[in-house]
Design a protein around this ligand. Sequence first.
Ligand SMILES: *Cc1c(COP(=O)(O)O)cnc(C)c1O
Length: 223
Amino acid sequence: MIKENLQHIQQTLSKGVTLVAVSKTKPIADLLTAYDAGQRIFGENKIQEMVDKYEALPKDIQWHMIGHLQSNKVKYMAHFVSLIHGVDKFKTLVEINKQAKKHDRVIDCLLQAKIAKEDSKFGLSFEEIASILTAPEFMELKNIKIVGFMGMATFTEDQQQLNEEFGSLKNFFDTQKQKSNSDNCQLSILSMGMSGDYALAIKNGSNMIRVGSSIFGNRNYSV
Ligand SMILES: *Cc1c(COP(=O)(O)O)cnc(C)c1O
């Protein structure tokens, strides 16, 4: 089914929307099936699990870290991670910068915005993002680049609420895109939308969706 699911999603995606196949908790064999069907971007939410899969799988895969980050584990993925979605602290950026520097590379990051009304979701307010992007300390981080924002909407069927949450981040993204243009901030990616809400996210301007269960099936436990 994985191959059919992938093809189905790919066919409905408009040009310019990137699909991240969220493979957390899934076995290597499932990732290989998706790989053989042409998928090259995978998202994981635990650093150790991503490292294990990186080591086991072909090296032309781009690995996206989509989970909440623990600073002390950034070092394990700094040599290969291609995009980090969930940065929600300046301190984490400093750590990513430090580890990237050791490998003489620049790591692309998204700042995670809190758009959901629920309390449980991580993320920065729009004000906090704006102040990070204009801070002199931020300009000094030469080994990271902020390439966009990530947001997770409330877990709800309420289309109007989802539209509001996605729409608010799209507006903020467009505003910041005009303003922030430095060596380490060039905004082009808006990562919004999961299995349940990606169509709506795309309507609201998302150009990167993170889809897990609609490709690989339900996970055994919720993470
Ligand atoms: C698990 C996860 C997804 C994918 O969720 P599905 O509902 O299975 O598509 C997307 N984004 C993040 C941050 C996740 O943790």
